[in-house]
Write a protein that binds this ligand. Sequence first.
Ligand code: B12
Ligand code: SF4
Length: 542
Amino acid sequence: MMVGAEDEENLAIRYLGAVLKKAGHEIVINPCSRYEDFEKTLWQVNRFCPNLIGISIAFQSLALMYFELAKKIKESLPDIHIIIGGHFPTFEYKKILETQKSVDSVGRFEGEKTMLELAEFLLKKRSINQISNLVYRNGTEIFENECFNDFPSLDDLPWPLRERNPQVRLDEKFATLISSRGCWHSSCLYCCIGAFHSKKPVKFKLRSPKFVAEEISHLFHKKGVRFFQFHDDNFMMASKTATIERLKELHEWLTKYSIPLQEIVFLIKARPDTVDEEVVGWLKKIGTIGVFLGIENASETGLMALCRRTNVSNNQNALLTLQKNGVSATYNLLIFHPKATPDEIRENVKFMNSFDVFPYDFGRAEVCAGTPLECMLKKENKLKGEWPNWDYEIENEQVNRMCQIYKKTFRDKNTAYGYMVHLTIALGYNAKLIERLHPGTIQINLTNEAERLIININKFIGKQVSILSSSLDRNWKEKEISEFRENLGKGCKERIKLMEDINQKITNLVSAEHIFSKFGIEQKTQKVLNYLSNFNLLQKYD
Ligand code: B12
Ligand code: SF4
């Protein structure tokens, strides 16, 4: 059984499940993203009684939850072998095995080979010291096997195990996939991807466009998926020439597989220094409607401190190029980091108040295992808090004060700020998705309404951040903090309501078009809906 967080198809447990299935093992994929999912997971465990449970922990923030799950599973069925793997355990394997008695072993780095070999061990076909990348406990001792330090051949891997019925988003069938593993930059201060692949001969590995297109073709033709999200760390290559070549090849194969490109949409991740007119032209041709853009900071000093190797003009060019070409973007600003200065914060706040087109979030660079940030703070003896939820103080006192107030306000659950941002990001893509897949008069109104609302939300966030930044110059009293939190929460909740309304309208439009198309009415849906709304028969489309 494979267990892991799953807001959208979790490719880690689904790739590992696929190789085990291909080798003839029976597999159950059990998503478990929060404590509320424990009951269902334990029920599945007891029903299926697996010999082996693989728990995937990518997110350090969820590690304690999965340790608790492992304990509950062991209490109920003590003989099951529990292995955990993913980004966090890859680096923290020793501490995990020392402190978590319910965990039998840790699989480091990529897990395909490890899981296959562990399954063979459980069938008594190999000994435990012959399992690559495995660290395990035997009595009170911990043993570390040799690591296989290379990428698997991505073109030869079976496709991730998927449910018979695809997930649905916005009434469109939705799937996640990857076209590469690793990252050619591999150096950002807060990111563990560099360390995760650092011992391999190359920093990243690609799937051939032919095989990526083949997987898309299967999902499109056999399962009706039209909405695809690529989870590659960087969808684009280090050089423009290589990027264009790859996009052209992908375009060619998608066409060869008879995929009507106007009928599919892609979301991808990209660094700003890889985005220009020509690249965006090709991205649009293959169906890209949205980009998770790695802006990360709006000042030169901030970008340098975060080791991004990009600059402010890369960021601006990428944002403006995407905007000009009608592709949506969303990004994060890590304005708080150990060396952030008041001037840098002010530059970021200015940027937030000047560019208000795309949804974004902002916050602090968090300490994850294996990152250069963790290494730096350890070396400087500045890691605070308790494993695995590390904390740190920002060197500049004023910025540190602002960050503390940020945590008590923007990150307080009651303000619902996080949920508002989450909805804004989705609204940005939804507005573009209907533009590509469901064009028409109603769509134009809805897309415009959504884009206006996003600008309104950004103006609101910008204003709140400007107020917050006054804490750079003076300390805030507790009363001021609670009043600010209250106002922020009120503003967020009002906007959440507006977004929920418009998202509902967008979903209604998509559903109505799907129903009409079942009756063979493909082109005129929105004209008919508009006509009916004249008679108040369809008030929800007003
Ligand atoms: C998709 C994704 C998401 C999705 C989650 C989708 C889902 N599962 O529901 C979304 C967008 C929701 C998301 C959110 C966040 N994410 Co994210 N995300 C990713 C991303 C880009 C891809 C994951 C993926 O599909 N990889 C492809 C699979 C095939 O690779 P893999 O996960 O590495 O799995 C392999 C190995 O790790 C190993 N393995 C994995 N599990 C197991 C289990 C066993 C038993 C074994 C043996 C091996 C093994 O084998 C697998 C196959 O080879 C990764 C980056 C990355 N490259 O992985 C970041 C990443 C996991 N995310 C990260 C972060 C920080 C976040 C956020 C905190 C961001 C934020 N500020 O909000 C949130 C946290 C969400 C939460 N729930 O707490 C960090 C995690 C760092 C950490 N150690 O905590 C990563 C590594 C990005 C980074 N560059 O640092 N994320
Ligand atoms: S944040 Fe992105 S660009 Fe930076 S090292 Fe990680 S994956 Fe690469």
